[in-house]
Design a binder for this molecule. Structure first.
Ligand code: SF4
Ligand code: MG
Length: 324
């Protein structure tokens, strides 16, 4: 396994007290595999990714337990300089907002070329040539000319392609993409997602695709992990989930996929809001919003039940859910 996250815990200190952002998350990604991590904002999906990348070290976020085993080594035990090496070359992250991730005062060509001069010791001239190649590779038209432009001179979709190019530059084994298409309009979303999926296959990278939108992952993900209140509530091959969800929260997400006539809107069919992470409800954290909840759900926290060899659900009544 390329990446094996085991029982990860992350806490934040807030004015309200300690927020338990990640509460025992375990998931894995193989080379050439795409894992979609799904959930509403505040479910802990981004925080988990930041912990994996090692960009959570700034207080007040703190990893309080678990392991992040990447290519056989627990990253949480590495020294910061070793960690930085891994982060620079072997894993890369793509964020939602390319404009704030790119340097506004450097041309995109300089930013791409820098990856090769700094990390690969290439000459400026060679690095420049690689930058143009990469821009071509992510299908930016007229790459040879546009390499001299600044980030703000590109459309949102083109900027996201540049982010993908930056992430790919050193051919990392793992890419984590956090809502990579959320800021884009629907047609552009599909194109960028398609490109990302194509490059992931070609380079045989592991890809973790973080999203709140189940609609965008159907064609690209191999597996889905659904998060709620800092836990994984369902984990399964993508086709199993679309066929029949084994957790009421997943069901709610599925039913909220925007239809063609309503595209672009978030249509959560699930009532209520995710919990305040300083006061996660006892028992099953989802019980205040769950249409299937009963007494035991308010007191007993469901473990991740084994639904099949490849599937887990943290619902006492997963059978009922599966049967619809
Ligand atoms: Fe709903 Fe109970 Fe299942 Fe939680 S354990 S998802 S409250 S039925
Ligand atoms: Mg997020």
């Amino acid at each position: 396994m390329l990446l094996d996250v085991r029982d990860l815990h992350v806490e934040f200190r807030t004015r309200d007290g300690v927020a338990k952002a990640v509460n025992g998350v375990s998931y894995g990604v193989d080379a050439g595999e795409t894992l979609a991590v799904l959930g509403e904002s505040g479910s802990g999906k981004s925080v988990t990714a930041q912990a994996i990348m090692g960009i959570l070290d700034v207080p007040p976020g703190r990893i309080t337990g678990g392991e992040v085993v990447f290519q056989g080594r627990d990253l949480l035990r590495l020294k910061e300089d070793e960690r930085r090496k891994v982060r620079g070359a072997d894993m890369a992250m793509i964020f939602q907002d390319a404009l704030s991730s790119l340097n506004p005062v450097l041309t995109v060509g300089d930013q791409l070329a820098e990856m090769f001069t700094v990390h690969r010791g290439m000459s400026r001239k060679d690095a420049r040539a690689r930058a143009v190649e990469l821009m071509d590779r992510v299908r930016i038209p007229a790459a040879r000319e546009r390499v001299r432009q600044y980030p703000h001179q590109f459309s949102g979709g083109m900027r996201q392609r540049i982010m993908i190019a930056m992430a790919l530059a050193l051919e990392p084994a793992l890419i984590i993409a956090d809502e990579p298409t959320t800021a884009l309009d629907v047609t552009v979303q599909a194109q960028v997602m398609e490109l990302l999926a194509e490059l992931q296959r070609e380079y045989r990278m592991g890809l973790i695709l973080i999203t709140h939108d189940l609609g965008v992952v159907a064609d690209v993900a191999d597996r889905i992990a659904v998060m709620y209140a800092g836990r994984i509530v369902e984990s399964a091959p993508v086709h199993d989930i679309y066929k029949a969800p084994a957790h009421p929260y997943t069901r709610g997400l599925l039913e909220s996929i925007p239809r063609l006539d309503l595209k672009g809107r978030e249509l959560y069919a699930i009532k209520g809001l995710p919990p305040n992470l300083t006061r996660i409800p006892p028992g099953c954290a989802f019980h205040p919003r769950c249409p299937l909840a009963r007494d035991v759900c308010r007191t007993d926290e469901p473990p991740l039940y084994e639904v099949s060899d490849t599937r887990g659900s943290a619902c006492h009544f997963w059978r009922e859910c599966l049967d619809g």
